[in-house]
Ligand binder design. Structure first.
Ligand code: SAM
Length: 307
């Protein structure tokens, strides 16, 4: 084997391992319905993503870092000058980002998609309570194949939801996002990606498989194929920002949040700890073991403009 940068680790040549595909044993709907309420332990606003740390911010204030991630997505949508922007959340969870945008852009029209009926019901209820019932629509739909009209949105984003889409380039999801955006419309994807670095061992590859299985992910997107897909679809101005250091302070909250969850919800909770719920406890613990600097996974924000 010829040693390249990708297969020499700490001076040792390691056998390259390809990105394995996983067949999750629990369906997306079951996972997010059963583990859904547990996200309250992570975020009182139900932000189901990692936070963005800005210099000077308080790294102990998780909720404000999670909200900052919403703000970063919004900024990257580049909506200046659009009076009533039409925005699409591809995988909206319980709608935290939609509500954040509603507060910041009272004239925007916002649509969120999720495949999980439990999330639709609860996101709508949370939107009503927040007073955004009119402005925000949450629909049950598959983001790879919607019935929404062509060119209908000024901006579309997938915040830690593209990982669930098919293929290493997330081709079906990106094709649909391209169809739904108007020419000049902006796409923002923030998520974990696999870099061209390889897994350092079969054990690490197994940890990756387990992580994917726990979070109902077939395979993470691979940076290069993902970028090439955007180019082939006709997106321009493609940027890839590595946010690994920005999300690290919120990732550092995982041990504390997990311990607190075990001591409260698991020890004294009334709901049965199903497999889906245990999976949601395990996955964040495994995450650092396969992420940079130990492994090939890293967190990126990718933006593009439809020509
Ligand atoms: C980790 S959650 C992120 C939710 C939200 N973006 C946030 O940051 O709070 C992933 C979301 O992607 C959604 N999702 C996954 N696959 C989907 C699909 N094929 N169609 C629509 N939504 C999907 C899930 O239902 C879930 O709401």
């Amino acid at each position: 084997m010829i040693a390249t940068d990708a297969n020499v680790i700490n001076g040792a040549v390691v056998k390259p391992l390809s990105s394995p595909q996983v067949a999750p044993q629990i369906g997306l709907e079951q996972y997010y319905s059963e583990a859904g309420p547990d996200y309250a332990a992570w975020s009182r606003e139900f932000n189901m993503h990692f936070g963005f740390y800005r210099a000077g911010a308080n790294p102990l204030d998780r909720e404000s870092m999670l909200e900052q991630m919403n703000a970063e997505v919004l900024e990257h949508l580049q909506l200046a000058g659009i009076v009533e922007p039409r925005l699409l959340d591809l995988g909206c969870g319980l709608g935290a980002t939609l509500r954040s945008f509603s507060r910041r852009l009272p004239h925007a029209s916002l649509v969120g998609l999720t495949r999980v009926p439990w999330q639709v019901e609860h996101a709508r209820a949370l939107n009503e309570v927040a007073g955004f019932g009119e402005q925000v629509r949450v629909l049950e739909a598959d983001y790879e194949n919607t019935v929404l009209p062509h060119n209908g949105f000024d901006g579309a984003y997938a915040l830690e939801s593209s990982c669930h889409a098919h293929g290493p380039d997330k081709g079906a999801l990106m094709t649909e996002a391209h169809r739904l955006l108007r020419p000049g419309g902006r796409l923002v994807v923030a998520d974990g990606f696999l870099t061209s670095a390889r897994f350092t061992s079969t054990l690490q590859q197994r940890v990756y498989r387990k992580l994917c299985e726990c979070w109902v992910i077939e395979e993470l997107a691979q940076l290069q194929p993902f970028r090439e897909r955007l180019e082939k679809l006709g997106f321009s101005d493609i940027t890839v920002e590595n946010l690994q250091m920005r999300v690290a302070p919120s990732v550092a909250h995982i041990p504390w949040v997990t311990l607190k969850f075990l001591l409260t919800d698991v020890a004294f909770g009334k709901r049965e700890m199903t497999r889906a719920r245990w999976n949601n406890v395990l996955a964040p613990v495994l995450l650092p073991l396969v992420s940079a600097p130990l492994g090939p996974m890293t967190y990126c924000m990718i933006t593009a403009t439809k020509r």
